[in-house]
Design a protein around this ligand. Structure first.
Ligand SMILES: [Zn+2]
Length: 86
């Protein structure tokens, strides 16, 4: 049931972005490696913090490499601690 709420929130976010800055052709700085890149951020990183009663969500721009690395890393964290690196 919460999937619908998430989907709705994303739609609202997209609408806000569409009415504002053109996200397709601007340059971002990757939040993880510091490289700048063009186009839409792969944005797999999601930060959440609270400020008093306010809850804020922030999606830092990530290049494709870092986004996939962080996503994979988060998945691996749960399951493959016993696996050797390299
Ligand atoms: Zn990066």
């Amino acid at each position: 049931m919460s999937a619908r709420a998430v989907s709705l929130a994303m739609e609202q976010e997209e609408a806000a972005a569409a009415s504002g800055v053109d996200t397709a052709s601007r340059t971002y700085q990757c939040d993880a490696c510091g490289d700048s890149f063009e186009g839409e951020p792969a944005g797999a990183g999601l930060f959440l913090w609270t400020r008093g009663d306010e809850i804020r969500y922030e999606e830092p721009p990530l290049c494709e490499q870092c986004a996939s690395r962080i996503t994979v890393g988060a998945l691996l964290k749960w399951d493959t601690e016993d696996e050797e690196e390299g």
